[in-house]
Design a protein around this ligand. Structure first.
Ligand code: AGP
Length: 605
C-alpha cells in the first residue's frame, strides 16, 4: 500500500528519503517518486521501477535539497503510469504525496476544472494538490487546513510549497502518519520503520491532526486547529529485525523465525494474563458469553481457527467475521460480547473500521491482537495483546499468523479460567503445551527437504485443492491463500466434508489435493474424504501427524509431522504449508516478498 516519507533536514534529504522508501518497499507498490526544493524550484523524479532505479534517476538528475517528499504508490485511482506516480504537483508550486482514497474526488475535480485547473493524472491526489494551491495565500499550513476540510475519505498527506523552502505539512485522517525526530532533521512517514535510519523519537498523529514541520520545529494541532501535545515514543529496534542475512527471501527468513517469534510472544505472559494494556481487573471477562472476532485475509483465518478454541475452553459462542463484510452489515447485539480485532499491522482500514463500527453499536469491551504496539487498532481498543513476531517484511504473512494463534489460544484459556471452565491444573497443562511449541515448530521446519520434493511435483500445476476439518479447515484456507498469493497458482481451501457437495467434480489426476491430517477426533472422517479423492483418481499430498497410521502409497504422498500436538496442532501444520507455498513459488520464479498487485499493509478500503 502507498508509503510516505517526507521531511526537513540539515543536510541533503535525498538519502534519508530514499532509505525510507526502501524500508517501505515491503508494503507493496507499483511506482515511486521523490521531490525536493532545490534552488527555488520543486524538482522531482518518478519511476515505474523499484526504489533502487529511483535512486539512480535522482543521482542522474542531481536532486539535492533540504526539504522533500517521497512516495511509493500502490495504484487505486488510475493505472500505474508515470503521470499518476507521486509526488503530484499543482503548477510548479505545490507538491503532495498521499496515502488513502478521497471519496469525493470526482466532485472536487469538477469544481476545480471549472475554476481553470488542469489535471495531468487520473489520481484522486491531484485534487488535493490543486485545492492546496487554490487556498494558498502565503501560509502553507493554512492552505492545507482549508483544503483538507473539503476532503471526504481517508488520507495521510505530506505537502511542501516552493515558496516556503523549510516547511513540510502533514495531515492524517484514516491513514497512518508518524513524525520522526532525529539529530539531522524532522521527518514524516507511514510507519516508524521507514524512519529507523534517521529518527529516534516518534510521535503518532491522531485522527484529524495536522503537523507543521518548520525547519527543525514541530507543531501539531488537532482537527479543531488547537495546538496539542501528542505522546512521544522512542524507537525500539526489534531483535527479529529486517536484515535478510543468509536467507534468500524475507518470507523464508520469517518462516524460520517462528520458533523464536512464538517463544518471545509467550515470554510476555505473566500469570496467564495476556491483556497487557490497561489490564482488565480479575474477572472482568467472566461474564463474556459471545466473542466477535474481526480480521482480513490471514488474520481472519487466525480468528476462524480460534473459534474452536473459544467454544471448547471458554464455552462462549465465537464467530469470526471478515472485516470488510461485517462493517456493512446490521450489527445484532448478542450481549456480553468481547470484540477481538486481529491484525498484524493494526492499520488495516477494513478491520479498523469494523472495530469502530462495533464500538459505535455499543460494544465496549474490545481487544486488539496486533504485532505493532503503536498501531491505530491498539490505540482504538480497550485492551491489547501485542504479539512479538518482530517486523514482518514479506507480504505473505507467516510468523504474524502463528503468533496470532498463540495470542488467541491464550485469550481462550484466560476467558475459560475467568468463566470457571478451565481449572488451574488444566491451564498449567495448556501452558506447558505452549511452552513446547517452539521446539515442535523446529521439528516441522526440519521437514523442509521433503516439502521441497513436493514442491518439485506441484510447481507446474495451475490449480490445487486444500482440505482440512475442524480447526484445520482454516489451516487449509490459509495454505491455499499462501500458495495463490506468492506462486499465482489457483488454490482453494475446503472443509473436507464439503468435497462431495461440489468440489469433488474438480478432482482429476491433474488436480493435486493437499490434506492437513492431524490425529484428532475427526481423523476417521478425514480418511473417508481422502478415499473419495483416491476413488476419482485424485492425487493426495498428506501432511499427517506421525501417530495417524497414515502411509504413502499409490497416489498418496505423505509427510510425517510430529505426533499430534493437541489443540495447538494447527500452529504446526500451517508452517509446513507455508514452506510448501514458498518452495513452489521459488521454482516458479515469482517475486516472493512482493507478489504482484498486493500490498503488505492495506490502509485503504
Ligand atoms: C496474508 O498473507 C496477506 N498478505 C493478507 O491477507 C493480510 O493478512 C491481510 O491484509 C490483513 O492484514 P493485517 O493482519 O495487517 O490486518
Amino acid at each position: 500500500m502507498c508509503g510516505i516519507v517526507a521531511g526537513v533536514s540539515r543536510r541533503n534529504i535525498i538519502p534519508s528519503l530514499l532509505e525510507g522508501l526502501k524500508r517501505l518497499e515491503y508494503r507493496g507498490y507499483d511506482s515511486c517518486g521523490v521531490a525536493v526544493l532545490q534552488r527555488g524550484e520543486a524538482r522531482r523524479v518518478r519511476t515505474l521501477s523499484r526504489v533502487c532505479a529511483l535512486e539512480a534517476d535522482a543521482r542522474a538528475a542531481e536532486l539535492d535539497g533540504l526539504t522533500g517528499v517521497a512516495h511509493t504508490r500502490w495504484a487505486t485511482h488510475g493505472m500505474p503510469v508515470i503521470d499518476n506516480a507521486h509526488p503530484i504537483f499543482s503548477g510548479e508550486q505545490i507538491a503532495v504525496v498521499h496515502n488513502g482514497i478521497i471519496e469525493n474526488h470526482e466532485a472536487l475535480r469538477q469544481s476545480l476544472t471549472e475554476k481553470g485547473y488542469e489535471f495531468n493524472s487520473q489520481t484522486d491526489t491531484e485534487v488535493i494538490a490543486h485545492l492546496v494551491h487554490e487556498h494558498y495565500c502565503g501560509d502553507i499550513l493554512a492552505a492545507v487546513r482549508n483544503a483538507t476540510r473539503l476532503l471526504q475519505g481517508a488520507y495521510a498527506i505530506a505537502v511542501m510549497c516552493r515558496d516556503e523552502p523549510n516547511r513540510v505539512i502533514g495531515a492524517r485522517q484514516g491513514s497512518p502518519l508518524v513524525v520522526g525526530i532525529g539529530k539531522d532533521g524532522v521527518f514524516l512517514a507511514s510507519d516508524t520503520f521507514a524512519l529507523a535510519g534517521c529518527a529516534s523519537r516518534f510521535i503518532y498523529l491522531e485522527e484529524g491532526d495536522l503537523v507543521d514541520i518548520n525547519g527543525l520545529d514541530v507543531q501539531i494541532c488537532d482537527a479543531q486547529g488547537q495546538a496539542v501535545a501528542r505522546r512521544e515514543i522512542a524507537f525500539v529496534q526489534h531483535a527479529l529485525g529486517t536484515e535478510l542475512g543468509a536467507y534468500r527471501h524475507f518470507m523464508q527468513k520469517e518462516i524460520f523465525e517462528q520458533p523464536v517469534a512464538v517463544a518471545r510472544t509467550l515470554a510476555t505472559i505473566v500469570d496467564l494474563d495476556p491483556l497487557q494494556v490497561g489490564m482488565p481487573r480479575e474477572g472482568e471477562l467472566a461474564d463474556v458469553s459471545n466473542l466477535l472476532m474481526l480480521g482480513c485475509g490471514t488474520s481472519y483465518y487466525a480468528a476462524l481457527t480460534a473459534c474452536g478454541w473459544f467454544e471448547r475452553f471458554a464455552n462462549v459462542a465465537a464467530r469470526a467475521e471478515i472485516s470488510s463484510e461485517y462493517r456493512y452489515r446490521e450489527h445484532v447485539s448478542q450481549g456480553n460480547t468481547l470484540v477481538v480485532a486481529v491484525s498484524q499491522s493494526g492499520e488495516t482500514a477494513d478491520t479498523l473500521a469494523a472495530l469502530r463500527y462495533a464500538q459505535s453499536m455499543g460494544e465496549e469491551r474490545t481487544v486488539a491482537i496486533c504485532n505493532v504496539a503503536a498501531s491505530a487498532m491498539v490505540r482504538q481498543s480497550r485492551w491489547a495483546f501485542i504479539t512479538e513476531a518482530g517486523a514482518e517484511v514479506g507480504v505473505a504473512s507467516t510468523k504474524a499468523f502463528t503468533t496470532q494463534l498463540v495470542a488467541l489460544f491464550l485469550l481462550a484459556i484466560v476467558i475459560g479460567r475467568q468463566r470457571g471452565r478451565v481449572s488451574q491444573s488444566e491451564a498449567v497443562v495448556y501452558m506447558r503445551q505452549l511452552a513446547a511449541l517452539p521446539d515442535a515448530l523446529r521439528n516441522v521446519l526440519a521437514r523442509e527437504p521433503e516439502i521441497m520434493a513436493w514442491a518439485e511435483e506441484l510447481y507446474q500445476k495451475e490449480h490445487a485443492l486444500f482440505l482440512g476439518r475442524g480447526t484445520h479447515y482454516p489451516i487449509a484456507l490459509e495454505g491455499a491463500l499462501k500458495l495463490k498469493e506468492i506462486s499465482y497458482i489457483h488454490a482453494e481451501g475446503y472443509p473436507a466434508g464439503e468435497l462431495k457437495h461440489g468440489p469433488l467434480a474438480l478432482v482429476t489426476d491433474a488436480m493435486p489435493v493437499i490434506v492437513t491430517a492431524p490425529n484428532d477426533v475427526l481423523l476417521h472422517k478425514l480418511k473417508s474424504n481422502m478415499e473419495e479423492v483416491r476413488a476419482r483418481g485424485g492425487r493426495l499430498f498428506v501432511l499427517a501427524d506421525s501417530d495417524t497410521g497414515l502411509k504413502s502409497g499409490p497416489g498418496v504422498r505423505l509427510i510425517r509431522l510430529p505426533a499430534w500436538f493437541g489443540p495447538l496442532s494447527p500452529v504446526l501444520h500451517v508452517v509446513a504449508l507455508q514452506l510448501l507455498a514458498y518452495h513452489v513459488a521459488c521454482l516458479r520464479g515469482t517475486d516472493i516478498d512482493k507478489p504482484r498487485n498486493l500490498a503488505k499493509s492495506v490502509t485503504v478500503e
